[in-house]
Structures are given as C-alpha cells and as structure tokens.
Write a protein that binds this ligand. Sequence first.
Ligand code: OSB
Ligand code: MG
Length: 371
Amino acid sequence: MSTDLKIVAARLHRVRLPLVHAFQTSSHRKAFLDHILVELEDASGAIGWGEIASSSDPYYAPETVESCWHIAEHYLLPAVLGRVWSHPSDLVNMKVRGNNFAKAGVDTAAWTLWAETQSLPLATVLGGTRTEVVAGVSLGIEPTIDELLQQVEQQVEAGYPRVKLKITQDWDVEPVRAVRAAYPELDLHVDANGIYTADDVERLAKLDDFELTMIEQPFAPKDLLTHAKLQSMIDTPVCLDESIETVDDLETALELRALQVLNIKVSRMGGLTPARRAHDRAQQAGIPVWCGGMHEFGIGRAANVALSSLPGFTLPSDVSASEKYYARDLIEPAVVAADGVVQVPTGPGLGHRVDRDLIAANTVGTVQLAP
Ligand code: OSB
Ligand code: MG
C-alpha cells in the first residue's frame, strides 16, 4: 500500500472569515480571523490541505499570521518541495526551531494528502478508534454575567455536554459561581490562558468549591512550578495548554506533577505527528487528554475531529460545530454536532469536500511555490 510521494507544488492561501460572535479572551478580542491554508500537490495530482490557525497577534503563542506565512514560504515549504517521502512523519522539520503553528499547517496537509492517496480516512491512518467524538464549547469573556448565562443557556440547549469559560482576574469566581448555581450538574471548566501569577494561588484555590472538571493554564507557560504548587493544594485537576509545545515539555510537567489533564492542540504541538506522540505519552502516564481548538476553519476543524478519535481522548474536545463560529465554512459538509456529538467522517482523506470557490472569494493573499 505504501508508495512514495513527491510534492510538486505548494500553495498558501490567506483566508479571512467573520466570526458569528466576537470572542474575548484574557488577552484579546476578535470579530474576524485570518488563517492560512496550506495546499500540497503530489505528482499524481492528489491534493492535501492543512490549516495554519495562528492568532493574528502574538498573545496566545509567539507566532502571528505574518510570521507563519514567512516561515512557511521561506523555510517549511522549500524543505518539502521535490522531496520523496513515504510517511508524513518523514517531513517533520527538526531544523526549524519552534514555529509550531506554521509547522502544523504543513504537517496536516501532508497527513491529509497521505490519507487521500491511501483512500483511507484521516482518522484511520492516525490510529483513531472512535466513530464519534464528544464536543465541548469554549465561551469568551462576556460584558456581563447575564450575557454569559445567556450564552451558556444557548449552548446547553444546543446539546453541548461541556462548557469552558475563559476567566481573568476580574472575571473568575463570580461568573463561575453564577453558572454553577444555574447548572449544578454541568461539566464545567475554566481557562485562564496564563494570566495569573504565584500571588494568585490562594484566589484560584477558591475555585475548588465549584466542582470544575479542570482549571486550564492558570499561570504563564514556563511557570510549571506554580502549576505544580496549585495542583498540590487543590482537588480540581490542573490542565496544561500553552505550557506544552513539545513531548519533552510534557515529560518535564509529568515529572513535576504539574498537570492531571492535558489539552492537545494540533497547532501548538506543531502538527498531527507530534500531537499523536503527546497522546501516546499521556495515555501511558494515565493522563486524560482532550483536543483543544484555535477557532479553526473547516480544514483544521476536521483534522481536530480526526485526532480526537484516538483512544486517549476521553474528555470532550473543542470541536464544536462550524456554525458556532462561521456562518458558512470552507468545507462541505460543514462540521456538525448533534446533541454535542460529531461523527468521524468515513470518506478518504479529510472526509469533506474543500470549497475552492468559497476559499477564492475570501482569500486576501496567495503564493504558489514549485521546486
Ligand atoms: O486557550 O483554548 C484556548 C482560542 C484562541 C486562543 C486560545 C484558546 C482558544 C479557544 C478556542 O478556547 C476554542 C475552540 O476553538 O473551540
Ligand atoms: Mg486554553
């Protein structure tokens, strides 16, 4: 089955889509997103798509849309063009340091191309075992608690079984108390995107009263010691997101007991290849994982669904339906959730048709490279 592939052309498309509902985190607010689509073409004419889902500003991770474009155009794509390869992991670029979001788009395109040429679903070639994936939703910081409660109500009514709330210093205990009072049984967790410091440990420990499923990334990415300290003081599991960019980071965090849950993001880890390795290591360590999101367009969203089909993804993933974020997505069918459950596609490759017309209509920049 395994034949060699050769990339004969690569294209980048910078695509802009408006968000249905503006999203506010502890660091920034967004009404539309620009993501970069990576298109790899094999000598047989087969196409693989990937998505670089970087934020436009370097607030979640150090990368930006422009830095990703630069790294992809000048370093990552030249290294894959003309290369003969037999498995996507052959293309992992160890020479380029960091720049994981840019790498993730290229790696995902290689995986979808590979799955396509094998006539197998992306989930299957990754080793996925689930036929459906449970989705959770992530809610931004709202102007008032009433507006937050309205958002929670809308998502719970849509059938999502897990809700995550973004928190920050002046938006934490009170909104959590209000949501918990209204929904005593809801699978609820919070995400601070690293805004707190060691001075806030006592305040965060108060969140232990609300039976949260986890507290995600309370402290700065490199501050593993304070994560370990908080975890030793509370029963609520600490989940790491921004702290874990490599499997080595995970190894260190495990040794320090800095986490009890891991958020695996394809973008942050640098692609499906390292994301799958992190899954395997966490599973071996008995750490449950879930797939985090970056408000992906359909291509990245479909890759997240495929990854979430791996056996260690036992917690709801951020793979909510396309319609929660985009009025019209770039793939057909869009990602849909029925009662909070997304079916893993059974068709080859991405398992969705990529809508080139819609991509072209929303493209704000493009480049083609050939060897
Ligand atoms: O920390 O998970 C995060 C979006 C932008 C930056 C950071 C994060 C997020 C999300 C997105 O929560 C969730 C999703 O894509 O469904
Ligand atoms: Mg997070």
